[in-house]
Ligand binder design. Structure first.
Ligand SMILES: [Zn+2]
Length: 82
């Protein structure tokens, strides 16, 4: 089950994590689209006006929905809280 405490104070993120987690395969599809590039940016979100470093918000949601922090470091998950 997704951990609702992974992003304290962010109900929207918690809701999105639950939603993705309830749909098998959705997190995989998201992570294929929002993959990490060699530059450290998200493959898709690098085209935003303000390119996001990977994991971007969308990738983080998918990773949290998987219930797996493998491959990412905790400080990346917490970077918005500082
Ligand atoms: Zn992205």
């Amino acid at each position: 089950m997704p951990n609702p405490n992974a992003e304290p104070g962010s109900d929207a993120i918690s809701y999105a994590v639950e939603f993705v987690g309830a749909h098998p395969g959705m997190s995989d599809r998201i992570l294929l689209e929002h993959a990490r590039e060699d530059s450290g940016h998200c493959r898709r979100c690098r085209y935003n006006l303000r390119p996001e470093r990977w994991p971007c918000t969308t990738a983080r949601i998918a990773l949290l929905a998987r219930g797996s922090s493998a491959g990412i470091r905790h400080e990346h998950l917490s970077e918005d809280e500082s």
